[in-house]
Design a protein around this ligand. Sequence first.
Ligand code: MN
Length: 200
Amino acid sequence: MAFQLPDLPYSQDALEPHISANTLSFHYGKHHNAYVTNLNNLTKDSPLADKSLEDVIAETAGDPARAGIFNNAAQVWNHTFYWNSMSPNGGGRPSGDLAARIDADLGGFDKFAESFKTAAATQFGSGWAWLVLNGGKLEVVKTGNADTPIAHGMTPLLTIDVWEHAYYLDYQNRRPDYIATFLEHLVNWDFAAANLAAAG
Ligand code: MN
């Protein structure tokens, strides 16, 4: 069974005016789709073709000979997670257990927002910023290029893609504006709370 491009959890114009349908048509329809196609080509007729995406990532992480497979598999996973990290009715603040954990581990929502913005803005070149569960505590981390927290024993709760292809059509070089908009209008706290609950 070949790896599949999952459906977007909303229509391509659902995040407007914050992220345009034009951006999503390229980002989802071209970039995410290309990672799926590349992964299928690279794993064709190999034992990896029948494994889960997560198992492919775990098996190829840190193996220079299989960096191409890792990069495409991780990008497939990261992008699916990113689409779910946003919602047309997103933004605002988390509640319940997630809010309490942010208070306890990260010093409150405002400090979380500041460190998330800093991580996303200072990821040099391409990559991702994340809210993760690491060793039982919430942390904000960033990863370069295709790298993903699931290759490092962390449980992602939320991510923002800071590759230029994620924002350049709408924000050009203004990455901080894209990050601020993500937190104010798009972030899907229900998704993050569900990931936290599933992690136990
Ligand atoms: Mn991307």
